[in-house]
Design a protein around this ligand. Structure first.
Ligand code: ZN
Length: 359
């Protein structure tokens, strides 16, 4: 069924307060990423952000323990809880600040749970937070909370994570839940944080699908692996809804990862997810180059809403965003770096997914 193109992105959750989630001027996670993305979408005339409420304790308790929430709230800088580390330095009021991005996630997930086809919380995607521990810039695990909300209505929910880092927190939280499939395509844990997400890691329920790719893997290979594995996994698991984590850090200009994905190939993965035709609750994620994140997120939001992505970034914003075009120059030939790890993943999942009990 072909749906007519839309003119507005529905259910786009945003509040200025989300910008306060900030670990300081020398930390790579810059709230400016959000502001620039929203400015770009506003300039395109495609969003009317909806202001969520901050999340509450019950929302957090869906996936976090009481003692961890207490530690964050009362400022227990304790490496036991992952707070007060280089990645997650102690910041006064970080609990209250984090409640805003989680609030966006809660509201987006509720919209989809209540019947909407799409909702987006671009400030979220903090996939490394564990039940009892902050990790990798993430205090609370908003995609896991989204999954938990969607599970109230849907029997099976698939989580698809295209961030360059393994979605370890989400995977761990649902590790023994056969009704949640956690799919993550990422740079191998051999060369990148958090050092997990290998092929053999299928989880207690057998529903983890990890696609680890070697450092320097090129765009063509990344997209090939995604297309070979993800539709097969979705077909086999047969979910009724999807949570999509849209980390932009697989991009070749990203300072933290070592993959070489272009904006257009990354966007193609988003389009594949959209075309499954399932309800999608989407969130942001990583991405640390300010010239790539806003254009990739804006293009992803438009694509999910079936709005055609223009070629050029509006002139007024080109200097601010440090880019003229949404997409990168195309490679004229396939580069095929990383094919070995991609082929290994495709072969593994071809066999492994067959062993998955049918829903
Ligand atoms: Zn990341």
């Amino acid at each position: 069924m072909l749906l007519p193109p839309a003119s507005r992105i529905p259910n786009f959750l945003f509040a200025e307060e989300m910008m306060a989630y900030d670990f300081g001027p020398n930390h790579p996670l810059k709230p400016e990423r959000l502001q620039r993305t929203v400015s770009l979408l506003r300039e395109e005339g495609v969003v009317e952000p909806i202001r969520p409420k901050p999340a509450n304790r019950d929302d957090l308790l869906r996936v976090h323990s009481e003692r961890y929430i207490d530690a964050v709230e009362h400022g227990v800088a304790n490496t036991l809880f992952g707070i007060g580390t280089t990645d997650n330095p102690w910041v006064e009021g970080i609990h209250e600040k984090a409640l805003w991005y989680v609030g966006g996630a809660v509201e987006a997930a509720r919209k989809v749970k209540d019947g909407d086809q799409l909702a987006i919380n671009i400030s979220g995607g903090l996939h490394h937070a564990m039940r009892d521990k902050a990790s990798g810039f993430c205090i609370y695990n908003d995609p896991a909370i989204m999954i938990s909300i969607l599970r109230e209505r849907f029997d099976r929910v698939a989580y698809i994570d295209i961030d360059v880092h393994h979605g370890d927190g989400v995977e761990a939280i649902f590790d023994s839940d056969p009704n949640v499939m956690a799919i993550s395509i990422h740079e191998s844990g051999k060369t990148l944080f958090p050092g997990t997400g290998f092929l053999s890691d299928i989880g207690k329920a057998g529903t983890n699908v990890n696609v680890p790719l070697q450092a320097k893997t090129t765009s063509d290979v990344w997209l090939w692996a995604f297309r070979e594995i993800v539709p097969r996994a979705i077909d086999r698991f047969n979910p009724q809804a999807i949570v999509l984590q849209m980390g932009t850090d697989p991009h070749f200009l990203d300072p933290l990862g070592h993959l070489q994905v272009t904006a257009q190939d990354w966007l193609e993965a988003v389009r594949v997810v959209r075309d499954f035709g399932l309800p999608v609750a989407a969130c942001g994620g990583g991405g640390y180059n300010l010239t790539t994140v806003p254009r990739m997120w804006a293009a992803a939001c438009m694509t999910l809403a079936r709005i055609e992505v223009p070629e050029e970034i509006p002139e007024r914003l080109q200097a601010l965003l440090g880019a003229k075009h949404y997409f990168d120059p195309d490679h004229s030939t396939p580069l095929q770096i990383g094919m070995e790890s991609a082929k290994e993943a495709v072969e593994f999942h071809r066999v492994n997914l067959k062993a998955l009990p049918l829903a």
